[in-house]
Design a protein around this ligand. Sequence first.
Ligand SMILES: [Zn+2]
Length: 289
Amino acid sequence: MSAQSAPVRRDGAVVNAMTIDVEDYFQVSAFAPYIDRARWDSMPCRVEANVDRILGLLDDAGARATFFTLGWLAERYPVLVRRIADAGHELASHGYGHLRATEQGLDEFLTDIKLAKAILEDVSSRQVSGYRAPSFSVGPKNAWAFDCIADAGYRYSSSIYPIRHDHYGVPDAPRFAHEVRPGLLEVPVATIRLLARNWPAGGGGYFRLMPYSLSRWFLERVNAVDGKPATFYLHPWEFDPEQPRVAQANAKARFRHYLNLSRTGDRMRRLLADFRWDRIDRVYLGAVA
Ligand SMILES: [Zn+2]
């Protein structure tokens, strides 16, 4: 595995890894206390249209990405899953039912990630190498999860955001790709190191909160100062200002979820133009697919 060296294009630019966590607005962890999963099937679905929008943006830029997709969605939207794979993107697993690894025992977690892999491979007729835990819920307290991820046949995980955050994050975890088990690479989300702490540079709510110029400066710093690829992530619902509101959620969850949704599309377009992007398997595993 080529975790140490940053892939570079002929023009010298580092190739970064763009990733999309494919889940709908009613499946996010922050809303889990307010929306029983038994209701998921009755919620108006927005994920297909939002993924299509992202596919269009990627296509316009000639970029490829990795789509960490829920098994629950793949069962219901197999055509969408095939559309992602047929467009040249990497299909990867976000587990079956978006339960945090920290909420599951070993057997339940292993069953969930094996089931998701089997569904995605069955639907797409392609091998699935990557897994991302919901809400970056793998860390030192449940390091057994890495044994499960390796046992389930994945070749890499992208489940750690090495920052301090109230819901997730391992602030002292290694900032760059490293082998966590024999044959299993962990590919953390991008951070910059500044003033003796890590700052989030890899997307999520921070990308919607910060001005675009600051996000760009953070990523330039990862590429130029660290000399490494950055791993960035977005969700389909972040492109959808019209999504139904979850009014029962508390003020903090609503602020984080609904902030600047109308700006994400334009910001992603700029991100795709300002940096080089590819799928995780090509950036980190040297896959030629
Ligand atoms: Zn998720």
